[in-house]
Ligand binder design. Structure first.
Ligand SMILES: NC(=O)c1ccc[n+]([C@@H]2O[C@H](COP(=O)([O-])OP(=O)(O)OC[C@H]3O[C@@H](n4cnc5c(N)ncnc54)[C@H](OP(=O)(O)O)[C@@H]3O)[C@@H](O)[C@H]2O)c1
Length: 256
């Protein structure tokens, strides 16, 4: 299929690479800044323009991978008749695209995508939705050329999964960030924690999180918790999160 990619950030780049590797033709990259459009277009070996330029009208699919807020304020002079237009956001309704085309939908990658981290994940879970059954079937056929992990999810389910994704990915990564910073300041090697991090993630293949609970908060080892909190007095951000997480773990342990 011929594809125009709108946006040149992480999702546009990672999906753009996959689209090209899967044998589709990227006709053009369109982005807010010409420089970002050029970088992606050079990699995908196609022409580019900025938002003010002329969009190629010959594509079968227009992939809108811009930030969530930019999508709602996007210039709808880009009317694309009945061309398939999809966005990639978890928390934005497909209906933001109704003024762009009579065939619109969503192809949401339920994965953390970063154009600078290689190799790219294989079989990115793609959650798809569209305004009619016919459009959904067309989008599904396209999505299945990119990944073996394609499923359908309406606006509400996608939103729910996006919330869960923020908890398991963005929040976990922030905890890793804080722990790495803490280790650096205390002269401890953060890399020593990698086997623990990996084992925690791998166990989820076979166990639910409630079966994997260990640690001082679950055991209610109050003296250990107090010792940790004293050590964190110089790290107010971590101290705050430690207290809130401990409280939440204790409450959920009581609820089980
Ligand atoms: N990254 C992920 O892990 C991930 C996963 C699933 C879904 N998503 C969704 O995918 C979408 C893109 O995310 P991303 O991570 O690729 O974001 P990103 O790396 O920050 O890239 C955002 C893109 O939006 C463009 N943009 C920003 N404001 C704009 C405006 N006012 N008009 C036109 N273009 C504008 C930027 O263009 P310039 O560079 O030209 O300024 C850039 O190309 C979002 O809806 C996000 O929720 C992201």
């Amino acid at each position: 299929m011929k594809v125009v990619i709108i946006g040149a950030g992480n999702v546009a780049t990672v999906l753009g690479r996959r689209i090209k590797q899967s044998g589709h033709e990227v006709l053009q990259v369109v982005s807010r800044k010409k420089e970002s459009a050029k970088i992606l277009a050079d990699e995908l070996e196609c022409p580019f323009t900025d938002n003010g330029g002329t969009m190629d009208r010959d594509a079968g699919l227009y992939l809108l991978a811009v930030s969530d807020d930019a999508m709602t304020g996007f210039d709808n002079s880009y009317h694309l008749d009945d061309k398939l237009v999809v966005h990639t956001a978890g928390s934005v309704s497909k209906d933001v695209l109704k003024d762009f085309s009579s065939s619109y939908g969503v192809m949401y990658p339920l994965q953390s995508l970063n154009k600078n981290i290689l190799p790219q994940p294989l079989n990115i879970p793609l959650l798809i939705d569209a305004n009619t059954d016919d459009v959904l079937a067309r989008l599904e056929e396209f999505a299945q050329t990119l990944s073996q992990n394609v499923s359908r999810a309406n606006d509400q389910l996608r939103l729910n999964l996006h919330v869960a994704a923020v908890l398991v990915n963005n929040f976990t990564n922030h905890l890793h960030f804080l722990a790495a910073d803490y280790c650096k300041h205390e002269g401890a090697d953060f890399k020593l924690l990698l086997p623990l991090i990996e084992e925690t993630a791998l166990r989820l293949r076979y166990h639910m999180p409630d079966e994997m609970r260990t640690g001082p908060a679950v055991r209610k080892d109050i003296k250990t918790l107090q010792r940790h909190l004293r050590l964190l007095a110089d790290y107010p951000a971590i101290h705050n999160i430690y207290l809130k997480m401990t409280d939440s773990i204790m409450q959920s342990a009581d609820a089980i």
